[in-house]
Structures are given as C-alpha cells and as structure tokens.
Design a binder for this molecule. Structure first.
Ligand SMILES: Nc1ncnc2c1ncn2[C@@H]1O[C@H](COP(=O)(O)OP(=O)(O)OP(=O)(O)O)[C@@H](O)[C@H]1O
Ligand SMILES: [Mg+2]
Length: 260
C-alpha cells in the first residue's frame, strides 16, 4: 500500500529533482498556457529524466495535447517556464527538434502512398540513428518494408511513426495518443516495446494515453489532468496500487492523501 507521501496535491509539485540534476531532460515549472490569451492548462509542474517515462492522463479536453505542444515550444507560455536539456525551450520549434525534442502527433505523420522503407528514408537525419537499427526495434516493419503505408494496420502504422521518430535519436520523445484507434491487443504489444526502447536508449518519454492501466504499467510516473489542472502527480507504481485515486482525479477530485 502506498503512503500519502506518494501523492502530490493538485496545487504543488511532486518533483524532487532540481534544475541542476544532470539526468533531468525536460522540466516544466508552474506553467500556464492556452490559446488566444485563454488558459487551457494552469500551474503545470512536471519533469522527466533520461530513461524515464512520464504518462499524462486525463479526460478529453483536460489539456494533455496543449501540455505537449507547450513542451515542444509550439505555444507561448502565459506563465512559468520550460527547460529542456538545460536550456529554456526555444520558440523556434525546429531548433528544439534539432536538439532532440521530438513530438509524435496523434495524426501519426506517416505518408500513406509511400512504402515503409521510403517513409523511413524521408525521416532519416544526418547524425541520427540508421534505418537498420530501428528495424531491430520493430522487426515486423522490416518484413513489410516494400508495403505502402496505407495498407498497414493501425498498430503497424503506429510502429512506423515511432520508428520514424527514433531515427532522429531523440533525447525526449513526446507522444500524443500512441494508441488512438488501436485495439487493446495492439496497445499491449506497443507499450512494452516503448518501455524497452526507453531503457535501451535512455531517451526520456512523455506519453499521453487513454489506456490508463497499460500506461501506468510501463510508466515511472504519472500526472492526471482535469480541466487544465493537475489533479494527481505521483509515481506510477503508487497509482497502480491506488486506482481509485486515478478515477477520482478523472472526476476532478484532487488528492490530499493516499486514499482518494
Ligand atoms: N487551437 C485551440 N484553440 C482554442 N482552444 C483550444 C485549441 N486547442 C485546444 N483547445 C482547448 O483547450 C482545452 C484543452 O484541449 P487539449 O486538446 O489540450 O485537451 P486533450 O486533453 O488533449 O483532449 P483529448 O483527449 O480530446 O485529445 C480544451 O478546452 C480545448 O477545447
Ligand atoms: Mg489531445
């Protein structure tokens, strides 16, 4: 059973790391961000270290995608700060991408008319990982390399989206709804692979997910957003043992102790 110390109230941070922590890859401090001057996310604190997976959970419209977009520098912050690899996040998102901050959008970003191999060739970057090494993570893609992507299953397309992102050797990979439209079986296959890739490459991962149990099963820590605010921020292991806490957070009940 987890103790109350495992859980952070909505208005404070659970982060024990500091800005000088050399393993910290991305850090969000008290960020408020939104659209046209209207806040969609308020008071967000988060951090992720090399090899760690942070999962961002929450109901539709709770601010998950907005948080990811802020972390890659695509939105102007209304308050707070975001630091990646020891520097403030840049407003030029292509510069952040070159520094190893890679977003996999929920639209997957694969070209349906091109083959698997051509999609990978297009994504290949100088100085990045070679294509054979990403086939090692997803051997099924190698057997399908001449197939048009439009003919792949949703799970295979998502593998390709991940493989494309890995070619850039990201330091932090931000993934929006990896499992959108996938069967639970495909998700069960994909998420553990992501865990082993994070372990193997030591890239940090921020994963937005709707499959709560599967996400908590592979993550190190989790944040549940509700109406743009952090309802819970805790180690994933603590939330695995206290699913009621997660349910409560989805309904907007913030957690002051280990029992919701
Ligand atoms: N471009 C935009 N302009 C104005 N408001 C927006 C824009 N994008 C999102 N919002 C609003 O910001 C809030 C958070 O949206 P966001 O897309 O971050 O939620 P989400 O948690 O990713 O939801 P979902 O699970 O449906 O993807 C919502 O109220 C949404 O309507
Ligand atoms: Mg979203």
């Amino acid at each position: 059973m987890s103790t109350s110390d495992d859980f952070a109230p909505a208005t404070t941070t659970s982060e024990s790391t500091t800005a000088t922590d050399p393993a910290e890859i991305l850090r969000v401090d008290d960020v408020t961000v939104g659209y046209g001057g209207v806040a969609a996310v308020r008071g967000l604190n988060a951090s992720v270290r090399a090899g760690e997976i942070l999962t961002l959970l929450g109901p539709n419209g709770s601010g998950k995608t907005t948080s990811l977009l802020a972390m890659v520098g695509a939105l102007d912050l209304m308050a707070g700060s975001i630091t990646a690899l020891g520097e403030p996040i840049d407003k030029r998102i292509e510069r952040n991408a070159r520094r190893g901050i890679t977003l996999v959008p929920d639209t997957r970003g694969v070209f349906h008319r091109l083959s698997v191999a051509d999609n990978l060739r297009l994504a290949k970057r100088r100085g990045g990982r070679d294509i054979d090494s990403v086939y090692d993570y997803f051997p099924k893609l190698k057997t399908m390399r001449t197939r048009r992507c439009g003919n792949l299953s949703g799970g295979e397309q998502q593998m390709l989206a991940l493989a494309k992102a890995l070619l850039a050797s990201p330091r932090v990979l931000l993934i929006d709804e990896l499992s959108l439209g996938l069967s639970p079986i495909a998700v069960q296959d994909l998420l553990p692979r992501l865990r082993s890739i994070a372990d193997d490459t030591q890239m940090a991962v921020i994963l937005v997910e709707q499959h709560i149990d599967l996400a908590l099963g592979i993550a190190d820590k989790a944040i549940v957003l509700h109406h743009g605010r952090v309802a819970v921020s805790a180690p994933a292991s603590a939330l695995r043992e206290n699913r009621d806490t997660v349910e409560a957070a989805y309904f907007g009940r913030t957690v002051e102790s280990g029992v919701a």
